[in-house]
Design a protein around this ligand. Sequence first.
Ligand code: HEC
Ligand code: HEC
Length: 287
Amino acid sequence: MWERRPIIFLLLATAAILVGTIVTMVLPFAWVNTEKDRIEAVAPYDALQLAGRDVYIREGCNNCHTQTVRPLVAEVIRYGPYSKSGEFRYDRPHLWGSRRTGPDLARIGGKYPDSWHYHHLEDPRSMVPGSNMPAYQFLETRTVDPAFTRKKMDVLGFPYTDEEIAALDGKTEMDALVAYLQKLGADIGWREHAQVQVIGELVNPYAPDPDVLSEGARLYADNCAQCHGVALDGDLGPELTGARDIGEAELYRDLWNGIPDGGMPSFSTLGQKKIWKIVTFLMSQEP
Ligand code: HEC
Ligand code: HEC
């Protein structure tokens, strides 16, 4: 019957939409980024990181990468704890993004050593064979402008020292971008907290038979060789020819948890069986 009275219908429809807007948009604006959402550990970008952030924006990295982990089980397992509003306090503009041609980068800091990022940005396929990410080698030939960065720090009100600005001299855009990537998600120190304590005896369910060893060798080639060398002789990570001395249980723990801030990612997403197969393969290698 309301549809026969256009004025009243219009008013009621407007009221309904207004309530919806207030509840879903206006109130959250008042709730987020208040004092209680502050995370003390989250620090402003330093000069080099800020310069890197601008390279990230200029190169359009956020056309392919998001920077927010949604509170969904699959995302938390893959990337780490979901994003909190307080983590974006110094992001102007924020770079949450909406397209994931590549993986989310909100928790990339500390996942890999710096050298991995240099290799990957110079030539993504040298680190991830199937990657379709473009190469950014040219960033190594361009340098950061210290005076301009100082101005940006002033505008944003980020603290800096004269030494920090002076240290920018001669830094390439590549250095800045890597520094920025290593900061993402690292302030809250979640990698240490995410370590799983393995209680009790860890027992390898596999015997070193040919099937398991060839599967282990294949998994090693796919997941480890780009950092530890095809022949286990070391590259970005240490050589692993003597890995059997570390012992099965410890190897399993290193792979499950990764080595936080040592630059080795966790491989828990491979699952227990595959990790044990890799461990079996490593234990079979003669030093
Ligand atoms: C055309 C889309 C595209 C663009 C543009 C792009 N990337 Fe990527 N990126 C990808 C894809 C796909 C992957 C996954 C394969 C890989 O690791 O190379 C990836 C992976 C990554 C990873 C590794 C993530 C992980 O957890 O292993 C980082 C770091 C990264 N990109 C940074 C950047 C930066 C910085 C830029 C801008 C300079 C950029 N990407 C631009 C598509 C893109
Ligand atoms: C992104 C590069 C990277 C990848 C991929 C990687 N590692 Fe590592 N790994 C490292 C680095 C860097 C260290 C040294 C960490 C430290 O001790 O601070 C390391 C350390 C280790 C250690 C400890 C070595 C020691 O002497 O204490 C083992 C064992 C190991 N990795 C095995 C593996 C295996 C097996 C894989 C594949 C499932 C793998 N890693 C994948 C970078 C990587």
